[in-house]
Design a protein around this ligand. Sequence first.
Ligand code: AHR
Length: 499
Amino acid sequence: MLIDKEFKIAEIDKRIYGSFIEHLGRAVYGGIYEPGHSTADENGFRQDVIELVKELQVPIVRYPGGNMVSAYNWEDGVGPRENRPKRLELAWRVTETNEMGTNEFMDWAKAANTDVMMAINLGTRGIDAARNLIEYCNHPGGTYWSDLRREHGYENPHNIKTWCLGNEMDGPWQVGHKTANEYGRIAAETAKALRLVDPSIELVSCGSSNSNMPTFPEWEATTLDHTYEHVDYISLHQYYGNRNNDTANYLAKSLDMDNFIKTVISTCDYIKAKKRSKKTINLSFDEWNVWFHSNEQDKQIEPWTVAPPQLEDVYTFEDALLVGSMLNTMLKHSDRVKVACMAQLVNVIAPIMTENGGGAWKQTIFYPYYYTSVYGRGTALNPIVQSPKYDSKDFTDVPYLDTSVVYNEKKDELVIFAVNRHLENDLHVNIDVRSFEGFEVVEHVVLENEDAKATNTLENEQVKPHSNGQSYKEVGKVVGILPKFSWNMIRLQKQKINK
Ligand code: AHR
C-alpha cells in the first residue's frame, strides 16, 4: 500500500459524520427527551445521552423524519405544550404527543453541540406549509410566523442552513408518495419559495430510497431535470442486513454502496451535461446503516401506542465491521459526498441505546463511528492498495483489505482506517509513507472479537476496542498486522524535534 500527501481526494466536509433523529419509537421520547429521568435537565433532555452524542462529535442531525415527516404538521409541535394536539402518526402507526417539536429540538441540538438538517413535509403538504416553517425558523421578526416564534420564547431566528425537500418520495409506503415528475415539480417550486425567504440555505432533493428501487436511477434523472438549478444535493438512503447469515458476503456490501454512489454521481453529471450547467450537484447520504435485526419483533407492536420500542436493532460485532467499511466508502467519495447521516442516533437503529428510567450504553457500531468522526477530519487521501481478493455470493473481487486514509494537516496527523474482511487470516501490511517524513505511529486501535454475533448490553460490553494493535514505523514505511476479521485505526503523528 502507498500513501502520498499529494494524492488528495478532497477536503472532508465534517457533515459526513452526521446522524438522524426521527419521531419514531424511542428516539425522541425515552431517548433524547425523558423528563423525570435522573440525568434530565430542566428541559427534560437526558444528559447521559447528550454526553455520548458529544463524544461522537456529531456535526449535524437530520430531523424530524424520515417517513414521519410526510404527514407531519409542524405547527402541532410549537407553542404552549398544553395546547398541542395528540395525533395519529401514520408512518409508524403510533400516537404522537407533540411534546417535542421544532423549538425544543433546536434547544437540544444546541446542548448537544450539533447543527440541524430540517426536513419538510412534501407528502401531505407543500409550498405553503414549507414557506411558513422557514419564515418561523429563519426570519428575524416583524411578520406573522417570525413573530409567533418570538411569542413562543425564541427571540432570535434559528437560522437553519440545510433543508431536505421531503423524504423518500419514490417509495409507495410514503404518505403522499409521488411519481418522479410530480415530485420534481413540487420540489422545484418549494425550493424556489424557500430560497425567496432565505437565500442563504442549502437544499437537498430526494433521491431513491435505496438502489434496489425499480425506479432507480430514472428517478434521479427525472427529478433532477426539474430541480437541478434549485438544489445543492441529492439524497441517497441505504440499509444492509445479514439475512442469510453469510458473513463474507455481508462484509462486502460496502461495494454495493460504492456502486450506488458512483451511479448517482453519473446521473447528476448526465443532467449537468444535458442542461449545459456549470453547477455540480453533490450527494447527501442522509440515511445509512445496518437495519434488519428488529424486523420481526416490530410486527408485534401494538398500533397507536406512545413511543413503543420500534426498530431497536441490537448490533453485533460483524455489523460494526460493515459500518466501518461504509464509513470508509463515504471517505473515498468525499469529493462528492458532502453530507451523510447515520440513521439513526438513539434507540432506533442506533449507536446509542437507553433504558427508560435507566442507563445508556454504546452499541458495537458506536466504535467505528466514533473513531472515524473524531479522527477522520482533514483531507481524504487516495491510497494505492494491493490486496488479495475473494468472491462471495453477490460480489466478485472483494479486497480483504478495505481502507481509507485521512491527513489532518492542522494536527500533523495521518490516520489509516482499515477493515480486514478475512475471517481466518491476519493481514500483514506494508505501507509506504515516505512523503510523511518524521511521522511515527502513536496509536493502533483494534476492534476484534472471536464471535461475529457478540453484542453489547447495558451490563455487558462484549465488543469494545483496545489499543494494542501491532504497527511499527520503519524507514519510509509502516509495517503492521491487521488481525483477522477486525476494524483498525492506525494513527501517525509528526514527531517534534527537540533542539
Ligand atoms: O430510518 C428509518 C426509516 O427508513 C426512515 O423513516 C425512512 O426514511 C427510511 O425508510
